[in-house]
Design a protein around this ligand. Structure first.
Ligand code: TNX
Length: 517
């Protein structure tokens, strides 16, 4: 053996034994992702994130996204990943997030994730797309990435390319903080959970018979008196405007729009109890801690009622940067039909005058829908058809499929079942574009999962009712209909269960899903 050969063997030995351990080939197309992406191609290698890795960003608004990623990776990897701006792709071993030179066909929330053996490149047209792509990246790492203490690793990602964008522009969760109050910290936790599945809106149901949960400075007793209890008589609570603004900012950093709802003209006992002048008889009722619906109404034929609505909408518009305010309008059984119509017509105009787009529950289509008003379908196809004929866009929240407060089955300890029992398969097996006669994809803005809280008192309760059904809804909103099948999804969800456990989510372990321990 001559010297050259010897040297060659020496190099190979060093390369194999000393420098880099050989990776088993992996397959990106087999990774467990929820919602399932539009397209995935594998190149059978791995990228390994190491403690020397760094995150480089190029494009406006990406630095906080890089920092968000670093903060999500830190607890379990123990790595202090440096985040900095760059021009052009960085060197090997790093993560590169860029919005420069991207094809606009990805849209506002689309992204392309290219994982090479030596670099992870996340490209998007807009920061929102980069943020959605990061959620995919998190799910491509081992589920131990979600644990809150340092783990061993290795932190490998299969190589290949994912190109992904949403089917529906609007994908929302609704939280009822009126029946039971949930603190700012609890709402933030829910925001974190839904952000992981690419939802982009959180509708807060801020008022109902049992509680008024947002400070209105010109009508202070709404919060201090109207917010002082909840279902069952607990102490309730409310958000100051400063706390609300903090929530909005927290959501914004996760590319989630907060949609505040103040429900009128029914579902108003808390307001009526706070201000006698809003009642037709001028007398304030007692606060209400039961769970009936449809018994209260503001007095539509009093001037003061519209002064009240105007003040509330003005203050809400001032602290809400998002485009929408939800005006309620559901189940106003105690309001005469003509009064109801008069009310919903005026309330839309008030919201528009304050520069926001009104959203109303489907019943508002009995009034005159203003251009731009969005109608939220929950059960009555006739209301939805009226809205569609009018050219209004629709949010699809069919109670039988998306109401997360519906029990899973007759043995569930939490929830109601007036609409249906909703098992995990049923929550997944529907399509927004075919659920209501006469409503097609063109009429639809998106999908929402409402979580009413008559029976839910704690964050554990919320998680149990939302998870895993909300994952199915997230996929229905994001992924192409043709890519969805329950038989495939249940297996994917079963494997994803380990990640839910790592995230410490209290989820319902449906017998219909083959959970992998
Ligand atoms: C119906 S459907 C409601 C809520 C209740 C919920 C309970 C709709 C727009 N309103 O007031 O909390 O049922 O499931």
């Amino acid at each position: 053996m001559n010297f050259r050969n010897l040297f060659f063997i020496f190099c190979i030995t060093i390369a194999v034994a000393g420098c880099k351990k050989p990776h088993a080939p992996t397959d990106l197309t087999k990774e467990i992702l929820i919602p399932i992406p539009v397209s995935v191609q594998a190149t059978a290698d791995v990228f390994e994130l190491g403690k020397e890795s760094a995150i480089y960003v190029e494009g406006e608004g990406l630095l906080p996204i890089g920092e968000y990623l670093a903060s999500k990776l830190k607890p379990s990897t123990g790595f202090e990943l440096k985040v900095s701006t760059t021009t052009g792709a960085p060197k090997s071993g790093n993560i590169y997030i860029t919005t420069t030179g991207t094809d606009a066909t990805l849209g506002d929330e689309g992204y392309e994730l290219t994982i090479d053996e030596d670099l992870v490149t996340l490209t998007a047209a807009k920061p929102a797309g980069a943020f959605r792509g990061i959620q995919t990246m998190r799910q491509l790492l081992p589920e131990t990435i979600e644990l809150s203490s340092v783990q061993k690793g290795p932190w490998e990602i299969s190589t290949g390319k994912i190109r992904d964008y949403p089917t529906y522009a609007f994908r929302s969760a609704m939280l009822d903080v009126a029946r039971h109050f949930f603190t700012v910290e609890e709402v933030k936790h829910y925001i974190d959970l839904i952000a992981g599945y690419k939802l982009n809106a959180l509708h807060l149901h801020l008022s109902d018979d049992q509680g008024w949960r947002i400070e209105i400075k010109s009508w202070p007793k709404l919060a201090t008196h109207g917010g002082s209890t909840q279902v069952g008589g607990g102490k309730g609570g409310y958000y100051t405007q400063e706390q609300y603004k903090d929530l909005v900012k927290y959501a914004e950093e996760r590319f989630i729009t907060i949609i505040p709802e103040v429900d009128f003209p029914g579902h108003t006992n808390a307001a009526l109890a706070s201000y006698p002048e809003l009642n037709c008889n001028g007398k304030a009722p007692d606060l209400y801690t039961g769970t009936e619906v449809g018994f209260s109404t503001v007095c539509v034929n009093k001037e003061i009622t519209f002064k009240f609505v105007d003040d509330v909408m003005r203050e809400l518009a001032e602290i809400t940067p998002g485009p929408y305010i939800h005006v309620g309008g559901d189940e106003s059984h105690a309001t005469k039909k003509e009064d109801f119509i008069k009310f919903v017509n005026k309330s839309q105009q008030i919201v528009l005058a304050h520069g926001k787009k009104p959203i109303g529950w489907e019943e508002v289509s009995q009034g005159t829908l203003q251009p731009g008003t969005i109608v939220q379908y929950w059960s009555n196809a006739k209301h939805a058809q009226t809205a569609a004929k009018n050219g209004s866009k629709m949010i699809m929240a069919p109670a039988k499929k998306t109401y997360l407060d519906m029990s899973y089955d007759s043995t569930s300890k939490l929830g109601l079942h007036w609409a249906a029992y909703i098992e995990v398969d049923s929550a997944y097996l529907w399509d927004p574009a075919t659920i209501a006669d006469g409503i097609t994809q063109d009429d639809i803005l998106g999908v929402e999962s409402p979580l009413w809280s008559e029976t839910l008192k704690t964050m554990d309760d919320i998680e149990y009712m939302a998870f895993p059904r909300i994952l199915g809804h997230a996929e229905i909103g994001w992924s192409p209909a043709a890519a969805r099948s329950w038989d495939e999804y249940k297996v994917r969800l079963g494997k994803h269960g380990k990640r839910l456990t790592a995230k410490e989510i209290n989820f319902y372990k449906s017998k219909l899903v083959p959970w992998v321990e």
